[in-house]
Design a protein around this ligand. Sequence first.
Ligand SMILES: [Zn+2]
Ligand SMILES: [Zn+2]
Length: 365
Amino acid sequence: MPNMQAIETEPRGTWWQRLLIAIFSLALTLLFFWALGFILQDIGRLPGPDWNRLSGDRLDPVMAATTTRLQEEQAGIKRKIENEERRRQVLRDSTATSQKTLGQLLELQRMSLEQQSQLPEEQQQALTESQRVFLANQQRDQELTESISDHQERLAAIAEELRQHLEHVNVVQTPVREEYQRLQTSHRLRLAAIKIGVLAPLLVLAGLLFARFRNSPYAPMVYAFGAAVLARAFFVMHEYFPAEYFRYILIATALAVIAWLLARLLQLVARPGGRARQKQIREAYESFVCPGCRFPIRRGPLRFMAWTPRSLRRVSRPLVGASDEPYACPSCGLQLFTACSACKGVRHALLPACEHCGAEEKPAG
Ligand SMILES: [Zn+2]
Ligand SMILES: [Zn+2]
């Protein structure tokens, strides 16, 4: 029966052929995925709103200039204060030294006064000089302190002015910022729309290819393409849809997939298609039970016997000598043996070929 052989052997190839097919299918999926990624990336590079241009167009340039001027002035005064404080520190160091010298000289003078004598001319001069330097330093110190204090007042005034100015700038900028946000949002939506616009026809194409070729030898290529497009669509939705919507998309997709798989499985069990059904029928005939209701097929030498498929396997003597009468299941009425339309011999009604002449007939039921 050459035709039966062709049905039985599946075109699956040797194991290394299957391995190579799996590897290449995976590579094809990845390549499709990358290629789609490049396209989507280029779409993502479309220019969006430009903050600098928008704020430049919409805000008064004088205002920005004022900000800069105030900030520069503030920095300048801070530098001046630092300089003067440094100078005052140097001055105070030097004053401390001269104060010490002055103290020593005064002590010498006091001692010489006690001894009713005069300080030597040289020391007298040094004393006068020290006093002069000391007083001059005090004077200078005083001036620096006053200047620093003036600068600090000015600094506080500028800081206040800057604060008010920035507050004003903030108020003026708010509508511009809001508009920028709005432009940004619509730009994102536009990008999402373009990306989905590119992916949707590809999804439809993948669906059509799946419907058309899923049972053909080229099915792995169709699966690779479909998986890549689906994955990309998923990422795009994840990127652009708010998380709370995406959660629903995710759960809906998972529900659809699982429900579909379960339905297919239930259908397969309830109405075994093709090969599985053929196998069940074959096994039933082998065990002499009705493929429809499992009732024993009592014909020929088995007419007066009782058995189950399990007890039948233990029977040692061969059960030969089939009857050549047509036979229907007395339990469910299913026609199990009929006359062959080619050779008129009695054949299995639910198996494809006649056991006498090999003629193939579409099995009834
Ligand atoms: Zn039956
Ligand atoms: Zn026949």
